[in-house]
Design a protein around this ligand. Structure first.
Ligand code: F6R
Length: 596
């Protein structure tokens, strides 16, 4: 992960611009942060900890220069210390480098450099980069050639940005890690993600793998590995800078939970024709898959489980795989479609599974939130979930939008008997989520059970992925033990964990056989004295066996999954708030996981 930023053309505001940009990228990692400005030498400041620690360290320093780079780190090689913080420098101190990704051949490069007399000061893979540039410069290469020669020697994933003393440019290159330029009249930016410079410009240029950028007072150029100019399109970002602020909420997570109605409306806008009972998902063409394999991680995997169920229900064989385990999957057959569900579009495990699928000859589709992301560009097709930027590390509104988008995908590429009912449930979904948000008793439940020793979540069918997601959210932001189960599995082992101190959240919608069986499972935990919180539309009599009820409006079970999940997001949020956790940046986690 890690976030990188660079800018030229901001004059005396260069340092402030970099630090401001880093604060917007902190969701990508917050183990350490640093900046380097180039003038006739390099002025550098870096510190372990958060951007606030960097600001503190900068308070008694003067850094000058109008060309600069910055970095916020999520550790991969070496612990989060001051020494391992970026930017990294060469032996002379004239080169400074920030990097996101993993340099796979760093050990052999490091051995070679150490053999040639270079001294290393960190445990990072990144540090080989400034030393290689130093060697190239001392062999007479000009700064741009020195950076190019160095990048040519790197294997693995990287987005790197470089400044060199006495040179008026920021150089950057990418392979397998995101990098985007921000274009303004008299300033140019580069960053891992748009929020870093969105306060200054809405004009962006997405770099592709193998591209090389040079930013200086004259503007910017993008070239290929041979130095040929590449004409790039300048895109305009559609969202406002305020969309990345907290808008009065205590945390981004809470704000994003409350943004779900709007995110869902955006996802559905122009894509459903209720009268005709049809769905239009743009220029995906006629996918008509004979089978579907989903690949995804974490929350997106839970959405993928929902997606696979949708296709199976439409009579199309479908399976969801954890992306990191996809290597062991049966290869896709015939006209199968492999769908990567990924909010960021940058998750290394998911990208790697999608690439494996392409090598196996499958057509690929990215269901993603980020336009221009690696998944969107590398797949044959992209379906955007249109949730808007999500800053909280825990995925919330993007899960809701993933479920909605996957329903559109299933409706648009297969036929299902109850399409009209699903479409009308989708149309009602934003309003129904708003009802849940307005009336949820989640906070009272959180207050009652904040001291529980563990939390369990159960559900069947479409509510099974919701149970898994409820548990994931609970663990990641409260740091407490939580597990989600298919309701029928509880009695095959996990029941041994159930006590009066382990609340069980049971999602029961409708009044069919599934609901009745889940109620049977509720009775099993009730008999072991576990408090039961039922999330229900009130159609069954589960309330009779529950200690607390979180109500959802009556709707189609597919849409009910989003509603039940909204309650569970709020329960986790309020529990974490009561426990004083760092909700938007839970320990050890980062928003975008770009390592396998
Ligand atoms: C959990 C969470 C993670 C991500 C996972 C995949 O709240 O956010 O589990 O869902 O890292 O990320 P994307 O969807 O960006 O591929």
């Amino acid at each position: 992960m890690c976030g990188i930023i660079g800018c030229v053309g901001r004059g005396d505001e260069t340092l402030d611009t970099l630090v401001h940009g880093l604060s917007k990228l902190e969701y990508r990692g917050y183990d350490s942060a640093g900046v380097a400005l180039a003038n006739d030498h390099i002025d550098l400041c870096k510190h372990s900890g958060k951007i606030a620690d960097l600001r503190e360290a900068l308070s008694d320093r003067t850094l000058s220069g109008s060309v600069g780079i910055g970095h916020t780190r999520w550790s991969t090689h070496g612990p989060p210390t001051d020494e391992n913080a970026h930017p990294h420098q060469d032996c002379t101190g004239d080169v400074a480098v920030v990097h996101n990704g993993i340099i796979e051949n760093y050990q052999s490069l490091r051995d070679e450099l150490v053999g040639a007399g270079h001294t290393f000061t960190s445990d990072t893979d990144t540090e080989v980069v400034p030393h290689l540039i130093e060697d190239a410069l001392s062999s007479g290469a000009d700064p741009e050639d020195a950076v190019r020669e160095t990048v040519d020697r790197l294997e693995g994933s990287y987005a790197v940005a470089v400044v060199i003393a006495g040179c008026d440019s920021v150089f950057a290159a990418r392979n397998d890690s995101p990098l985007v330029l921000g274009i303004d009249d008299d300033a140019t930016y580069l960053a891992s993600d748009v929020p870093a410079f969105r306060d200054f410009t809405d004009k962006v240029v997405y770099l592709a793998d193998g591209e090389f950028a040079r930013l200086n007072g004259a503007g910017w150029t993008v070239t290929d590995t041979d130095g040929n100019i590449i004409e790039k399109d300048i895109d305009t970002v559609q969202w406002d800078p305020e969309e990345t602020g907290k808008s009065g909420y205590d945390h981004f997570m809470l704000k994003e939970i409350h943004e779900q109605p709007r995110a869902l409306r955006q996802c559905l806008r122009g894509r459903v024709d209720e009268l005709a009972g049809t769905v239009d998902i743009g220029d995906l063409g006629d996918l008509s898959p004979t089978g579907v394999q989903f690949v995804a991680c974490g929350t997106s995997y839970h959405a993928a489980l929902h997606g696979a169920q949708l296709f199976r229900e439409a009579g199309i064989p479908a399976q969801a795989f954890l992306a990191s385990e996809y290597a062991t999957a049966t290869p896709p057959i015939g006209d199968a479609l492999v769908v990567g569900v990924t909010q960021s579009g940058e998750t290394a495990d998911t990208l790697s599974a999608l690439r494996a699928a392409r090598r196996r000859g499958a057509r690929t589709l990215a269901v993603t939130n980020v336009v221009g992301s690696t998944a969107a560009r590398e797949c044959d097709h992209a379906l955007y979930i249109r949730a808007g930027p999500e800053i909280g590390v825990a995925a919330t509104k993007t899960f809701a939008s993933q479920l909605a988008a996957l329903n559109l995908l299933a409706l648009g590429t297969s036929s299902t008997g109850d399409a009209r009912q699903v479409i009308s449930a989708l149309r009602d979904l934003p309003g129904h989520v708003q009802e849940v948000l307005d009336e949820s008793a989640a906070q009272e439940v959180a207050e009652l059970y904040q001291d529980a020793s563990a939390y369990f979540f159960i559900g069947r069918g479409y509510q099974n992925p919701v149970a898994l997601e409820g548990a994931l959210k609970m663990k990641e932001i409260t740091y407490k033990h939580a597990e989600g189960f298919a309701a029928g599995e509880l009695k095959h082992g996990p029941l041994a964990l159930v006590t009066e101190n382990t609340p069980v959240f049971a999602i029961v919608t409708g009044d069919d056989e599934r609901a009745r069986k889940t109620i049977g499972n509720v009775k099993e935990v009730e008999a072991r004295d576990a408090p039961v919180v039922a999330i229900t539309d009130g159609q069954s009599d589960v309330e009779r066996y529950a200690d607390h009820v979180l109500h959802i409006p009556e709707t189609h079970p597919r849409a009910a999954a989003v509603l039940a999940n909204t309650h569970l997001q709020l329960v986790s949020y309020h529990t974490a708030a009561l426990l004083g956790r760092n909700i938007d940046k839970p320990r050890n986690l980062a928003k975008s996981v770009t390592v396998e």
